[in-house]
Design a protein around this ligand. Sequence first.
Ligand code: HPA
Length: 274
Amino acid sequence: MQELVKRLENTVEFLKEKLNQIPEIAIILGSGLGSLADLITDKVEIPYEIIPGFPVTTVAGHEGKLIAGNLRGKRVLAMKGRFHYYEGNEMDSVVYPIRVFKKLGIEKIIVTNAAGGVNKEFKPGDLMLITDHIGLFCENPLRGENPDELGPRFPDMTMAYDREVQKLALNCAEKAGIELKTGIYCYCKGPSYESPAEIRAIRVLGADAVGMSTVPEVIAARHMGMKILGISCITNMAAGILDQPLDHKEVMETGKMVERKFSGLVSEIVSCWG
Ligand code: HPA
């Protein structure tokens, strides 16, 4: 475990040299939010492969970089390309960047994702503020020895998603004239989409949206005491809700269509946060 702490220190030292200032807010750009990076000015781009200690993606064609800069007057550090569990990454790698962000001195994080709508009132293109999550199907990223430097052995998840920031996000959305739904995000491992029976079960459990990311990162961020805001882009109705198969192409297309709205909302929130 001391090995992990040493590795983190190494990564952080490198990034401190690369960055002029410590960012205030980290943003994980889910699919459908890539264009937020275009709104960042005075950019410093750091490809993952040159960062010591950073996990390496084995997935061909997956761009991975950190983008530091200014967004609406705030210093941000955006992560373009995340490490998914379904790609074969170990949980340690999935959450490594989060630990780096906190060790760098970043206290706030915005986590975004594409998700399937489980709540039948939702429609593709909706944005959903995550109020809580269901991570029962997720291997816990904190499993194993706990380095006390990172956080407690049994971290509380009662208020994983910061309530004040949720209010702020809803206010920002209203001001910007963007409808923002609220709901519970359920993690499923993927990479196959869920079956209709799984979606019915997940709905009974209380989920409004389903996706293959975010929960591990949120658990690691909360473990370290970060303030977290989560937003899902509902790219499709989850399996079995419509009488048609899911089509990954459609998921990507909806993501693209909503990109401007999504980027607009997130940048508005960034400008108001803190
Ligand atoms: N299920 C899981 N992950 C997803 C979905 C879905 O329907 N849509 C986008 N990501």
